[in-house]
Design a protein around this ligand. Structure first.
Ligand SMILES: [Zn+2]
Length: 117
């Protein structure tokens, strides 16, 4: 799926893609910006940085989809219930175990993301 927005690589401001740029990203068209009638760079309204249109079209600047946090929190809650009801630990210990599971998952996902780059 293509994103409808992209981030300025310098100031991280979220900018809206033009409908044409969105459709090209959605369809997976790998045309050069000039062929498609785009200027080679887009000026960021926030910081004035010249953003590469090619990188924007390729989806390199799309906001990262955060699917890890909801999963990690779900597992954290499940482990809380497991330790509280299944293992009979106290509330404090169960909450602690839930937090540990959540942060281990978030840390592992972050590490995985770093190693892929
Ligand atoms: Zn900017």
């Amino acid at each position: 799926m293509a994103a409808t927005h992209f981030n300025c690589p310098r100031c991280r401001r979220q900018l809206r893609k033009s409908p044409q740029a969105f459709v090209m990203g959605w369809a997976g068209i790998k045309a050069g910006p000039e062929e498609a009638g785009f200027p080679p760079t887009v000026t960021c309204p926030g910081c004035g940085y010249a953003i590469s249109t090619a990188a924007m079209l390729a989806g390199d600047l799309d906001p990262k989809r955060d699917w890890v946090t909801p999963i990690a929190v779900t597992f954290g809650v499940l482990s809380f219930l497991y330790f509280r009801l299944g293992q009979g630990l106290s509330d404090a210990k169960s909450v602690g175990a839930g937090f540990v599971v959540t942060f281990v998952l978030l840390g592992a996902a972050d590490l995985y993301d770093r190693l892929r780059r």
